[in-house]
Ligand binder design. Structure first.
Ligand SMILES: [Zn+2]
Ligand SMILES: [Zn+2]
Length: 278
């Protein structure tokens, strides 16, 4: 599997001089499976640049899009994903149970004049909701994907990819609380993962003021990664006010905490345009 980050930011895009290293676009990942199939996770503003990769008119686009949930920062790049305006594009959608409603609403929200955004029905691409994940798992040519409901206002959905003996987990917009049963469910789901990409929106000092907001602090994420024997942890959904220098400090702090526990857990923070190979 090859994983590329097109958007790493939470809540709202924050372009500018303070977000050059880790990026200002909201959630979008590209996962290339070993057989050549492509899976996109979320349609935050990062999906616009990803769409430009498909601009060769000779190539038909045949992809999957998995949506974690329909908060704006995870869907409002979709009208700017250029392949949806071509009849040669086929998109199979899965994930959060009302994800098609969210994608439709980014067009049919009655805020435009019908010219922009156009109506969802006017998109030329073939876009179908396949609804496999809420009933079990999705298999794409030997890669198995399943999901877990997350703790987030109105809900969110995490994804686990298993390809051969490699496991990738993506969980964003998830409030971990070590005292709750849902924490143990997450530990079971993440057990032995090679890579865990997880929402680390807050610092531990910030979390008490933001309980119930549906995001995690990095200490809880470290607890999850350690309890589940994860090999690599990637901090994700950076708070919009978090500058590059703050994210560097946070990452070093997490690495120090792990060293004190004599763990081999690798830690990094998700960077827009960076690639992980598994
Ligand atoms: Zn979010
Ligand atoms: Zn959210």
């Amino acid at each position: 599997m090859k994983i590329k980050f097109w958007g790493t930011r939470g809540s709202i895009p924050v372009p500018g001089k303070d977000t050059i290293i880790y990026g200002g676009n909201t959630t979008c990942l590209e996962v290339d499976l070993i057989d050549g199939k492509k899976v996109i996770i979320d349609a935050g503003t990062g999906i616009r640049s990803l769409g430009r990769e498909f601009e060769s008119p000779k190539e038909d686009v045949d992809i999957y899009i998995l949506i974690t949930h329909i908060h704006w920062d995870h869907i409002f790049g979709f009208p700017f994903f250029s392949p949806i305006y071509r009849s040669s594009t086929r998109i199979l959608v899965d994930g959060y149970n009302s994800c098609m409603k969210g994608l439709r609403y980014s067009f049919d929200n009655k805020m435009g004049d019908g010219l922009f955004p156009v109506k969802f029905e006017e998109l030329k691409a073939d876009i179908q909701f396949i609804n496999k994940l809420s009933h079990g798992y999705l298999e794409i040519d030997g890669t198995f994907i399943d999901g877990i409901p997350l703790c987030h206002p109105q809900g969110s959905f995490g994804f686990r990819f298993r390809e051969g003996n490699k496991t990738l987990i993506f969980m964003t917009d998830n409030e971990l609380d070590v005292k709750k049963k849902s924490f143990n469910d997450c530990v079971d789901f993440c057990q032995g993962a090679d890579i865990l990409i997880h929402d680390s929106h807050y610092e531990p000092e910030e979390i008490s003021k933001h309980r119930g907001w549906g995001h995690s602090d990095y200490q809880s994420v470290l607890d999850l990664a350690l309890s589940a024997n994860v090999k690599k942890l990637v901090l994700f959904h950076h708070a919009p006010g978090r500058k590059d220098s703050d994210i560097i400090k946070m990452t070093i702090l997490c690495q120090d905490l792990i060293r004190k526990k004599n763990s081999n857990l690798e830690i990094e923070a998700a960077k827009e345009n960076s690639v992980l190979v598994l």
